[in-house]
Design a protein around this ligand. Structure first.
Ligand SMILES: Nc1ncnc2c1ncn2[C@@H]1O[C@H](COP(=O)(O)OP(=O)(O)OP(=O)(O)O)[C@@H](O)[C@H]1O
Ligand SMILES: [Mg+2]
Length: 277
């Protein structure tokens, strides 16, 4: 079966798009899924973590795909088994300028990705904090969007702005696009955060993807070290619980035998009494 394509979006910076993408990719890799991760953000932070080798500044990247390069000529090997990465880098100016004068500019990623869709089980697009043409390309290529949010960083006004962009991409370029759900990241156990999450749940038309991700420094630490949470032996118990949370997100999106998956990822742990598996 060919891959479902997910775009991880929010026009706000630092809400956890890249973190969610990396952790979903880790679960997919442990599940032996052939996974393509596309770094649609010129900041290249995902590339810096998931590309097996350093990506040179003049190397082909995501933006070049939008002006006609094939994915096969741009892709690089990822750090985990069955993981391939389309790098994002700063050197996008020329390609981006060219794109703005071309016909069919919203469909370029879709065209390229459709050619390789059958080679993968899962395709994740990590979007930039913007609703620009690169993000429109991501949403036009995607089957489903994952909306990342973070209490405080994401006003409910921001959500309605995102919804308008989503609706217009759906109307003009991709009628089959749906929202897989909203992930709430960086939650703290405060009254403010609890109220914020409740307001979001009451006002959003989109499903929520649980569990919510707490603010935990090990998420950042493991990510910066390019380790999967299942490989993170510092605070191992908390890392396992956090991995399990991302495995549940994955399970809300894709078919997975969660119990078996976790037993293989953590052979020494007894999951038999874990709820809801
Ligand atoms: N739940 C969390 N707990 C602790 N740190 C987190 C959590 N989620 C994300 N972070 C950290 O916060 C920083 C921003 O997260 P991330 O890069 O995923 O956001 P982003 O939405 O992709 O940002 P941008 O819009 O700039 O691409 C990163 O250093 C990441 O490791
Ligand atoms: Mg990011």
């Amino acid at each position: 079966m060919s891959a479902t394509i997910y775009a991880v979006i929010n026009q706000k910076g630092g809400v956890g798009k890249t973190t969610e993408t990396i952790n979903l990719a880790r679960v997919a890799s442990n599940d032996l899924r052939r996974t393509l991760v596309i770094d649609a953000d010129a900041q290249g932070s995902l590339t810096g973590i998931l590309a097996a080798d350093e990506v040179a500044a003049d190397q082909l990247s995501f933006a070049d795909i939008l002006v006609g390069e094939d994915i096969a000529d741009v892709e690089v090997q990822g750090i985990w088994p069955s993981l391939t990465v389309i790098p994002g880098n700063q050197n996008t100016n020329k390609a981006t300028k060219q794109l703005h004068t071309e016909h069919g500019r919203e469909y370029r990623l879709r065209e390229a990705v459709e050619k390789v869709r059958a080679d993968y089980d899962l395709i994740l697009i990590d979007c930039a904090p913007s609703l620009d043409l690169h993000t429109v390309n991501a949403l036009t290529a995607a089957d489903r969007a994952i909306v990342m949010t973070q209490p405080g960083k994401f006003s409910l006004d921001g959500l309605s702005q995102l919804q308008q962009s989503f609706d217009s991409v759906q109307k003009y370029y991709n009628p089959l696009l749906t929202v897989a759900g909203i992930v709430v990241n960086g939650v703290r156990n405060t009254i403010g955060h609890r109220n914020w999450v409740r307001d979001l749940e009451e006002s959003t038309p989109w499903p929520m993807i649980g569990p919510y991700v707490p603010m935990r420094s090990l998420i950042q630490d493991a990510q910066e070290a390019a380790y999967g949470l299942d490989q993170w032996t510092v605070e191992a118990k908390l890392a396992r619980e956090t991995y399990e949370l991302y495995a549940r997100h994955y399970g809300a999106l894709e078919k997975i035998d969660l119990l078996r998956h976790l037993e293989l990822a953590f052979p020494k742990h007894d999951f038999s009494s874990t709820e809801g598996l």
